[in-house]
Design a protein around this ligand. Sequence first.
Ligand code: ATP
Ligand code: MG
Length: 241
Amino acid sequence: MVIDHVDKHFGELHVLRDITTTVARGEVVVVIGPSGSGKSTLCRAINRLETIDSGIISIDGHVLPSEGRELAKLRSDVGMVFQSFNLFAHKTVLENVTLAPIKVRGLSRKDAEKRAMELLERVGVANQAKKMPAQLSGGQQQRVAIARSLAMEPKLILLDEPTSALDPEMINEVLDVMVGLAKDGMTMIVVTHEMGFARKAADRVIFMADGRIEEEAAPEAFFNNPQSPRAKDFLSKILAH
Ligand SMILES: Nc1ncnc2c1ncn2[C@@H]1O[C@H](COP(=O)(O)OP(=O)(O)OP(=O)(O)O)[C@@H](O)[C@H]1O
Ligand SMILES: [Mg+2]
């Protein structure tokens, strides 16, 4: 995926400033930075949930169109997992995972269910398939959300603070699933302040501040030897608590 000179404003606020980076197939990129620095907006722009003012975002050489059928197709190439689990509350776990493959990809119910059960197995919640989301713990719901995004066989998955709404004891079960995906070669962009995940699974850390990419480096280099004053300041704050 290529992000080339992307800018975006919300009214007066310049929220993405000349963002340029490339994410290779199979690469795992962790995005960190202070609140309000534009991390979620960048994820949403990649998935075209937000428009951009200028610049180009392309996946496998295809520029993301701003609307229409092509957009629906390209959007289904990008999985997205949010902080709040966003499962369909009135559908079972299994239905949550089969819905889009049946509707968008045209899979038969039987094939979609077979594949969904494999994915639920992979994230460790196959035994919850018949339950409603509200009957699951937060960690289980987030793992279902990951299975649901994988069901569309995306080329890339974006995870925006996937563990920050979870109780501490559930964070690791979700991080373990993410580490597994990374090891399996999934291309991932993960907004997270979980340094353990970044060190274990990331190929690269992008540090954003005020809508800019302030610094990018391999995790070891970034955490042990941040270059910019903003990154040093940010790391001293998050490592202090
Ligand atoms: N829909 C919107 N309309 C207007 N301003 C917005 C909108 N969404 C975000 N913003 C503003 O854009 C800036 C970047 O927001 P964004 O959510 O991308 O930050 P973030 O880095 O994800 O922060 P956090 O760590 O708190 O999640 C913030 O100043 C925010 O208030
Ligand atoms: Mg955010």
